[in-house]
Structure formats: structure tokens, C-alpha cells
Design a protein around this ligand. Structure first.
Ligand code: AMP
Ligand code: ZN
Length: 466
């Protein structure tokens, strides 16, 4: 069956044609590991996971590569400010490496809880300095660079199609309109390939290079590692929409300048933002929700996954706890339904239906997961289908949805007298709006491996999956 994907480069839904038959090479820009991932970041990795699962569902051999940015990402995407990891290391009084490894581990814990499959390759920038230097050397040899103020810059005026992804109109943009002006740059759009000590004296992560001791810029990391694992041209590259204007625009310029092969990437896929009351959720604003905060409030990570599946990835997703509650209720209904039909799976009742086709058409149509979820509910509500058939269809769908439906356990918990008393105490605390006490009691249950769910019919206690 054909697969259609919206390509940011053409701004159109296109028929996907792989470079190699039945194979897909796919690179997703990974996390910058200087803080916990917020749930907005995680929306983007859920999208990557859906792309990965969708291709596997279509029997493709997938090579999914994700980087970990553990050096070089400055507080502005356009080379100004401080290195994000260095800044956090100073704040936490730890080494930059300790910061990077700590937050990387937390990131992979979160993604595992969201049933995000591990990429085929994960690669850290600090472990690919040789590849980065070699790529910069090629760009330099082809005449696209200059040294200034100790840094090596990419000269965008030498690259004909600079800005084509973002449709930047270079002549209309005034210096400083998009980015802060760095005095060393010939053109405000130029960007750093290699920083030397001249930029930050106390940088802990430093390497020798032909341009002096220093460290790579953020954009070159992604070009070097994707080319290393996927070749000079590959099928798909993903990121959040904030990456279109600077990061991906610069990645294209560097990569095509180095290899001369165009287009470097065939299809660009960008995830819209998760927005909260105050606008886009961001790590730099310091106000954000992590997965752990949701867990502490009694949600299952898969409630958040379900919440994300309900909105198409190219639409902004407004976060609210009310909306998350609706997703949790829908997932609970789904789980209960599966547990119920699972009891009758011995019973076979074959009817002709086209649900499999409809489901696949939806996921293959630019990852229309809201429509795919609607197909799943139609299956469950169809009185013509037997339970065996429903169960088999839904388990098949779940290889894309990733809602862990095969591993569902009966979660009802038998409470002892002491716990029952605690629950009553919490109910009283809640009635008196003593949220502190209510949360303390909830935490006692979380530590025991239980989740407390406040439903209109009262509190429910379930075994936690986490
Ligand atoms: P970072 O770790 O800051 O490099 O960001 C990781 C990914 O999250 C990037 O692809 C960003 O584009 C994406 N991202 C950042 N903020 C949001 C948000 N509020 N909603 C969705 N994605 C986001
Ligand atoms: Zn990247």
C-alpha cells in the first residue's frame, strides 16, 4: 500500500519513494541533554516512534538514527549565548560530562515508559568528533568557510540555495531580524562550524582540530552523524518546527556543500508544538511539565501517549489536565474493553471486514493517527465482529499505536485495612482542600507501586506499570 508523507521542503503531501527499495534511512534530531525532557519534547519523539513503527508495519527495513547533543548547543540556535550543558554544569556544580550522561539516562527512561522503541543507532556528538572534523574539512576544501575571531564559519553567500527549506527571502531580511549579530560574521546568517577557545575560555569539552583546540557547532553534529550512519543521501529527517529556520537550514547547507549531492534528504518531517497556557512549552523558560510530574500526579505515561495520538502531528496540541483526563478515561475504557474481550478469545467468529485496510490507509496517510484510533474504536464497537477477531485486529493495530495492549494486566488491588484507612484520610483531606496531605498520601501509594485515580465514582487503586 502506498505511503504519503508531508514534506516540509515542498509543503505538500508526497508519495513516499525510498532511495533503496523496501528500506528507509531516517534521522531524528535528538535531545540536548542539559535538563529533563519536557512533555513537549516528548511529543516529537512519539512522532519519530510512529514513523518508525509505521514503516515496520509496512515491512520496511528501517534504519532509524538519533543523535544525543552533549556539546555545542548554545542558548541561541544562532551561535550566541552560552553552551547549554556548560551552563547547567556550573549551576549544578557538576562536570559537563556528568550533566550530559545524567540527563541522557533520564531521557531514555522517559521514552521507554512511553513505549517509544529504541532507535537502531543512538550517537553522541562527543563520540563523533573525528567524523565532525572530517566533514568540516570537506566543506573547507570546497571553499565554503572562513576563519574569524578564532572560529570557523560557514559562509552562506557561497551556497546557492541557502534558506530553501524555510523559504527565507535573504534579500528581504535585515541583519539581526532573525538572529543576533556576531561581529565576527561576514553575513548574519553565517554560522559556526568549529568554536575555538576564543569563544569560551572555561569550556571543559575540548578537542584538537586543524582550526585550534575547541568544539563543534550544534548544526554540524547532526550533518556528520547522519551522513556517517545513513550515507550522503537518505530518506527522512525529522525535528520540531522550530528547527526549520536555523538548524535544518544550516544542516542542509553544510551537508550539500560537503558532498555536492542534492538533495541531501528526500523528505523533511516536522512536528508541531505542544502548547500550554503561556504558549510553547520550553526548557529555557524553566516552566515546563516533565513525564515524572505527570506520573507523580497519578497519570500513566501511556495516558500522555494516547493524548498525543489523538491530534495530528502537524497541528499544535494544547495541553491541559482536563484534556489529559479525557485521554486517560478513553485509554481506561480501551483497556477494560480489551481485558473483557480477552476472556473470550477462544471464540472465533469470522466476518468479512476492511478494518485492517482502513487502519493502514490512515497511518500511511501522513500518519493520521486520530483517524487510525477511530478505526480501532469502530472495531471494538462493531456488534458483527467476534471477540477473537476484535482482539487480533486490535493487537495488530497496537504494533503502530504502542499502547501496550498485549501486556495488559488485571489491575484491581485488594487493600488491607491500614491502606483503606489511608484512602479515607485522603478523601477527607481532599474534601477539606488540604492538597498537601492528599498528595503525601498519594505518594505513599506510589512508593508501594500503586496508582490512585480520582474518578467521579470515587478513588480507584490500581497496580502501576512503572
Ligand atoms: P531539544 O532537546 O531542546 O534540542 O529539543 C528536542 C526536540 O523537541 C526538538 O526537536 C524540538 O524541536 C522539540 N520541541 C521543543 N519544544 C517543543 C514543544 N513545546 N512541543 C513540541 N516539540 C518541542
Ligand atoms: Zn539536529
Amino acid at each position: 500500500m502506498e505511503i504519503k508523507l508531508f514534506n516540509t521542503m515542498s509543503r505538500k503531501k508526497e508519495l513516499f519513494k525510498p532511495i533503496k527499495k523496501d528500506e528507509v534511512g531516517f534521522y531524528g534530531c535528538g535531545p540536548t541533554v542539559y535538563n529533563y525532557a519536557h512533555i513537549g519534547n516528548l511529543r516529537k519523539y512519539i512522532l519519530d516512534d510512529l514513523i518508525n513503527r509505521m514503516f515496520r508495519y509496512n515491512h520496511f527495513k528501517v534504519n532509524y538514527v538519533m543523535n544525543v547533543t552533549d556539546v555545542g548547543h548554545l542558548s541561541s540556535d544562532a551561535d550566541s549565548g552560552e553552551d547549554k550543558i556548560k551552563k547547567q554544569a556550573e549551576k549544578e556544580k557538576k562536570s559537563a560530562y556528568d550533566i550530559a550522561r545524567f540527563y541522557e539516562d533520564r531521557f531514555f527512561e522517559d521514552t521507554a515508559k512511553l513505549n517509544i522503541l529504541k532507535p537502531d543507532v543512538t550517537c553522541r556528538a562527543t563520540e563523533h568528533i573525528k567524523e565532525i572534523i572530517n566533514l568540516i574539512k570537506k566543506i573547507e576544501k570546497n571553499g565554503y568557510t572562513y576563519l574569524s575571531g578564532g572560529n570557523l564559519y560557514f559562509d552562506v553567500s557561497k551556497f546557492k540555495d541557502y534558506g530553501k527549506l524555510a523559504r527565507l527571502k535573504m534579500d528581504e531580511l535585515k541583519a539581526g531580524a532573525r538572529i543576533e549579530v556576531d561581529k565576527n560574521k561576514k553575513n548574519p546568517f553565517d554560522f559556526v562550524l568549529w568554536f575555538t577557545e576564543s569563544k569560551f575560555k572555561n569550556q571543559e569539552m575540548l578537542w584538537e582540530s586543524p582550526w585550534g583546540i575547541g568544539y563543534p557547532g550544534w548544526h554540524i553534529e547532526c550533518s556528520a552523524m547522519s551522513i556517517e550512519y545513513l550515507g550522503n543521501q537518505f530518506d527522512i529527517h525529522t525535528g520540531g518546527i522550530d528547527h526549520i529556520n536555523v538548524h535544518h537550514t544550516n544542516e542542509i547547507a553544510q551537508s550539500e556543500a560537503a558532498t555536492g549531492k542534492k538533495p541531501w534528504v528526500k523528505c523533511w518531517i516536522h512536528s508541531e508544538f505542544l502548547v500550554a497556557d503561556k504558549g510553547k512549552m520550553s526548557k529555557s523558560s524553566g516552566e515546563f511539565l516533565t513525564l515524572q510530574i505527570l506520573i507523580n500526579k497519578g497519570y500513566d505515561p501511556l495516558d500522555y501517549r494516547y493524548f498525543c495520538l489523538n491530534t495530528h502531528y502537524r497541528k499544535p496540541l494544547m495541553f491541559s489536565f482536563e484534556a489529559l483526563d479525557s485521554a486517560r478515561n478513553a485509554r481506561e475504557r480501551l483497556n477494560n474493553k480489551i481485558l473483557e474481550i480477552r476472556k473470550n478469545v477462544g471464540y472465533s467468529h469470522k466476518t468479512k471486514n476492511d478494518y485492517s485496510i482502513k487502519f493502514k490507509e490512515s497511518v500511511n496517510d501522513d500518519l493520521n493517527l486520530p483517524k487510525a484510533l477511530a478505526v480501532l474504536w469502530k472495531v471494538l464497537d462493531d456488534p458483527e465482529l467476534g471477540d477473537r477477531e476484535k482482539y487480533d485486529l486490535v493487537m495488530d493495530f497496537d504494533s503502530v499505536l504502542g499502547l501496550g495492549l498485549e501486556d495488559l494486566e488485571e489491575k484491581t488491588v485488594e487493600l488491607n485495612e491500614k491502606d483503606k484507612k489511608l484512602i479515607l484520610e485522603r478523601e477527607t483531606a481532599r474534601k477539606n482542600k488540604d492538597w498537601k496531605k492528599a498528595d503525601e498520601i498519594r505518594n505513599i501509594f506510589i512508593k508501594k507501586g500503586y496508582i490512585l485515580k480520582d474518578t467521579p465514582k470515587g478513588v480507584k487503586v490500581e497496580k502501576s506499570n512503572i
